[in-house]
Design a protein around this ligand. Structure first.
Ligand code: ADP
Length: 270
């Protein structure tokens, strides 16, 4: 067992990816959501500030509407996302209510970076919500407003980067990125079976970027490339990020207690 990590985390942003939320058979993974609600509620009750950034609106919408393949047309993606977002929030709401928590839906757009007034408004909303004992903000991109973003052409482009922007914005100590893979590997393990897990990354070097292979599942979107872009933002702000497998959200407790799970992105030496 490697040494314990130094993790400082009073304010935490957790991002959960589509490939963790949606099973291969298109059904939503309720177990993961229930467990996540339990873990995040418990952290909140321990006095931590918690923000959840959740993907999955399109995947959930596809399941609700009985669509097999992710639509190509942007307007169709937006419509499917709108259906899925409502369903997803209902599921989160029920799951968090079990633990006496309410969820606050925050749908945001690039405006928060480009327009100081929007930036201030979002900051103020976050501050108010974070000061409440029993509310958890759940953030997603406002898909029906953000034209041509859904396939990552412009703007935030994806929830990986959105989660890093939110981490910067609320000045969180740690971003935990839950995916369908145990961390960052020396190559895409789907293609290179003997690739090894990298435990700590302090710089996003060209060699690291080259090791980020293609997309994982039919639902997952950005693959490792967008996660590395997010990590770059985090490192630039001297914050920490841990990328790990979200299949059992209890892993969040391991991360916070310093267990060397997943890949830690931080400028500090381990
Ligand atoms: P999410 O839905 O959680 O955002 P994605 O499917 O977009 O997840 O990205 C995770 C996938 O990225 C992994 O399942 C894996 O197939 C792929 N991948 C590509 N390169 C790497 C790498 N170097 N290390 C780990 N995973 C990689």
């Amino acid at each position: 067992m490697q040494n314990k990590r130094q993790i400082y985390a009073d304010r935490i942003v957790v991002k959960i990816g589509t490939s963790t939320l949606i099973r291969q058979n298109s059904k939503i993974n309720l177990n993961v959501i229930k467990k996540l609600a339990k873990v995040l509620s418990s952290l909140k009750k321990d006095g931590k500030d918690v923000v959840l950034v959740s993907s999955g609106a399109i995947g959930v919408g596809m399941g609700v509407l009985g669509i097999d393949r992710r639509p190509v047309k942007i307007s169709k993606q937006q419509a499917v996302a709108a259906v899925g977002q409502a369903e997803l929030m209902q599921i989160y709401n029920e799951a968090f209510h079990e633990y006496g928590m309410s969820v606050a839906q925050m749908l945001i757009t690039r405006d928060i970076i480009d327009y100081p007034e929007s930036h201030t408004n979002v900051m103020n909303s976050f501050q108010e919500l974070l000061s409440m004992d029993n509310a958890i903000p759940i953030v997603n991109e406002n898909d029906t407003v953000t034209v041509s973003e859904l396939d990552h052409h412009t703007k935030f482009g994806d929830n990986d980067q959105l989660s890093a922007i939110v981490t910067n914005l609320v000045d969180a100590d740690l971003l935990i990125m839950l995916s369908d893979i145990d961390g960052f590997y020396s190559a895409n393990p789907l293609k290179v079976p003997d690739a090894h897990l990298v435990s700590h990354i302090d710089t996003i070097s060209p060699a690291i970027i080259a090791a980020a292979g293609g997309h994982g599942t039919k639902y997952g979107t950005g693959g490792m490339t967008t996660k590395l872009k997010a990590a770059e933002r985090i490192l630039k702000h001297n914050q920490q990020m841990v990328l790990t497998n979200g299949k059992d959200p209890d892993i969040i407790f391991n991360i916070l207690s310093g267990d060397p799970v997943g890949t830690l992105f931080s400028t500090a030496r381990e």
